[in-house]
Design a protein around this ligand. Sequence first.
Ligand code: ATP
Ligand code: MG
Length: 577
Amino acid sequence: MKMSKLFVQTLREFPSDAEVISHKMLARAGYIRKLTSGVYNYLPLMWRVLKKIENIVRDEMDKAGAQELLMPFVQPKELWIESGRWEAYGKELMRLKDRHNREMCLGPTHEEIITAIARDVLKSYKQLPTNLYQIQSKFRDEVRPRFGLLRGREFIMKDAYSFGTSQEELEAEYENMAQAYRNIFNRCGLDTKMVQSDSGAIGGNVSHEFMVITTTDAGENDVFYCDDCDYAANSNHAVSNLPAATVDGKEYFNETKVIDTPNTHSINELSQFLNIPSTLILKSLVYIIDKKPVLALIRADKAVEETKLLNAVGGIEIRIATSGEIEEIMKENGFDAIPGFIGPKGMNLTVIADNTVKEMKNFVVGINKNDAHMVGANLKDLGLEEIKYADIRLVEAGELCPQCGKPLKVTRGIEVGNIFQLGTKYSKPMNAVYLDADGKAKPYIMGCYGIGISRTAAAAVEAHHDEHGIKWPLSIAPYHVVIVPVSTKDEIQMTTAVKIYEELIKNGVEAVLDDRDERAGVKFKDADLIGFPYRITVGKTISEGNVEFVNRQTGDKTAITPEDAVKRVIDAVKNIK
Ligand code: ATP
Ligand code: MG
């Protein structure tokens, strides 16, 4: 490919709406163009990267015994009714109607469709286990599309679904897929951590995510992990043991009573005013879950993890209530107080208490009265015998590993893939069954396995860049090498560059010849921004028989002969796994 013909327009500036590196660089280097919120054009350079990732994914999925198919992007409502997700999926599901007023949706994922295919075809245990996958555009009307390809509304995903006859078979396939994922991300030049996670809207029991660890804001997940053992979990699923803390207030309060606590609107102010650790305060928080208020109780030095709370209630959408809503709710329950003094006593609401609350004795709690709290309180004083307990606590770094007891650490991560053990979550309601050896009809035991192809490309940029641009791993770079004649008007430089270029092409290398009549500095800048893994510069030193060979990953620059430069690139490309 000649640079003069390459369909690319690099920009001088980063686009103003880009917040993270991958979005900034992919837009500026001419890989993507935004069409509308969360929807991007993949321009030729991007498409080459995406195809390379897809092909690595295909290769490993095929090797792992899965078979590729392609399902429609538009799906009928009926199958979603069967699975129960037409209601449950919420606003991310993009719904539409055809001219006959039939309701449809744009596929955000394909469990319903694949399960319907399976029940038509996989009728006997002899056909199981089997694993089917596709690579396709998905559409999710995300609340906050952002970060370019990292969280789009339309994005490319590989989704695979396995069908088997037993939990053992599922577990074996799950491990098989985990290994395929490790191979895929390794080949894409990405370091990933496999972490335990929440199963979310897809449901099921066990699930893991593959995270690219990052220190930047692009990582939307907090991952808690242990250096001493293999424990690693998404914050929405992480658990920990707590270091010892004062949870019985008997040394502070010898009776249960209501006392004045003027101006103690926050936990901090209250613990200072009473001169007690915050571990002795019961914190009450109001959330709105599927439009209904829920009161969450937790030890005040800890925070609520919203996904855990949502799961404990079995809801779909969650948000924290506004001050206005909290006051309204207190009014409805006959109280007139400001939010800082809220408490569970006398509130007719769904109450979920974190497990930390179980151990608390003689604590301090709000009683829906301004400038007052109950101290030396116990659950029986609050009319709370019947509360539901759950783990709704957000883990913090420094708390203790649930496996080995060492302090946990935290880092940010980008989820590039995940694997779920679904069990019969879809096969049962959709009556997707096979005939077993004993002649009985049984629902398939299913698994599902996703990889965000476009998100993986963006994550690779997050992981591999410097201030000048992208540093693609060779395996997924749009082109392997750029050959830059410093002066296209210099005949020797130009003929040498063309010779190198032709030799590389002949040997299967994806090369770009920068034949533009531009200053060398401009060409180097573009080469760095676009992120060619290798650059061969043909300049004045060609008179001594040398070109400059630049490795974008390491920044190494060496003077070598054109023949050596060609050989180096050919060898490196041969070694791509
Ligand atoms: P997230 O928690 O980031 O929203 P998810 O749990 O909804 O992800 P899945 O439904 O399991 O994701 O989809 C499988 C894969 O598809 C994810 O691991 C991710 O790599 C990718 N993916 C999901 N949502 C998006 C999106 N909005 N934009 C780009 N890729 C996405
Ligand atoms: Mg999601």
